[in-house]
Design a protein around this ligand. Sequence first.
Ligand code: ZN
Length: 236
Amino acid sequence: MSGRALLRELLHPLFPDVCVVCSSMLREDEDFCCSACRREFSPFPSAVEAEMMLRSTIARRIGPEFLFDRGWCRYLFHKGSPLQEALHAMKYGGVHALCAVFGRELGEWMLTEGKGEVPFDIVVPVPLHRMKKTERTYNQAEKIAGGLSAVMGMPVMDRLLVRRRRTPSQTGLAAVDRLRNLAGAFSASGVPRGARVLLVDDVVTTGATMSAAADALMRAGAGSISLAAVALAAKE
Ligand SMILES: [Zn+2]
């Protein structure tokens, strides 16, 4: 992290009315990120296009075996972009209220695009290992799921899925190694039989985490798994 970025993160709790990306003062109608930085985000033009790219990315990276029901992601994630900085602040910078902002926005978009249809019964965030959660103090996926659920009305069930072991960082690993890295990492219990689950995370890179989590939920009795993420990592 650059010195400037570090300083900004340290100062942010003291000056919450500045943009998490560029540090300019926010207007009253702006939340955490100024409109100029937001314009640099790359939203998908439609949920249909987002789902197609999510399916093709996951099929290309980890193979066609992961059969999820529906999939949503609001943005395309480019390395070094303002969106990456905003998501980084959300995940590591302690700006946890930003997670709910992204979650609400995602939920509103899903409702608009689906003409009010909500094709799942429960919302399950991808869990962090408890030690990692203690270090970071919160799980960004839980907060995103909370914002999404507040808009869409389906309950968040954040105790069904557990991360049993700490997996080494996935960054830099090929998709096949990510899958191996995650084998048996999750366990699930208490899943309502046949429930249509919406699995929520911040960013989908290869789909390996979602696939491992989905596998545990299906073995525990889920009827189907759909995916929602704030962003899909662009092919680099
Ligand atoms: Zn800005």
